[in-house]
Design a protein around this ligand. Structure first.
Ligand SMILES: [Fe+2]
Length: 180
């Protein structure tokens, strides 16, 4: 067996192949082999504690650059059924002949809607065929009122990608991507 360590949450597991998703942070992660292969690390086939310490030190090194993508959750995250801002497109269904886009949080399982726990906003971006990134607007919600749905009209034929983001007061930022 091999010992694997998650490069995001440092979870360690003994298994033949790296797990997917990670049992520790429930995300799609990279895994490093932290098995001992030489006698001087405490016994061949055991956990190499020097490698583990090295990895943790490297991860916690001051000045490590964080990116927005490090905090965004998606299809592989726990709670996705209640949080993914699901994008649905309806061609020609807009009021003025355009295409209708509807983004709904909690399409599968409704998200809670209380003062402490609710969806604050949904934001959309599009990438046009020439690569130009367009802000497609944002809808803000108040706790206890209505459902987290944001609908707008565009010409889908102008776009190659749509992105949606939603923010939950307890569970952070979630995203979905749709290729047109
Ligand atoms: Fe939530």
């Amino acid at each position: 067996m091999t010992y694997w360590m998650c490069d995001k949450c440092s979870f360690v597991i003994e298994t033949a192949k790296p797990p997917d998703p990670c049992p520790g942070c429930h995300m799609k992660c990279g895994f490093n082999d932290v098995t001992c292969y030489t006698p001087d690390c405490g016994g061949i086939g055991t956990l190499d504690s020097r490698l583990v310490a090295e990895r943790v030190m490297k991860k916690e090194k001051p000045g490590k650059v964080m990116h927005f993508s490090d905090i965004v959750k998606g299809q592989t995250s726990e709670g996705k059924e209640k949080h993914i801002p699901g994008i649905e497109t309806m061609r020609g269904q807009g009021k003025i002949g355009k295409d209708l886009v509807e983004i709904v949080v909690g399409r599968e399982i409704p998200h809670p809607n209380t003062l402490e726990h609710y969806i604050v906003w949904i934001q959309a971006f599009g990438v046009k065929k020439d690569g130009h990134v367009v802000d497609l607007g944002r809808e803000a919600f108040k706790p206890g009122i209505g459902k987290p749905v944001y609908a707008f009209e565009i010409n889908l034929s102008d776009f190659k990608h749509l992105f949606s983001f939603a923010y939950c007061t307890l569970h952070g930022v979630w995203e979905q991507h749709l290729e047109i």
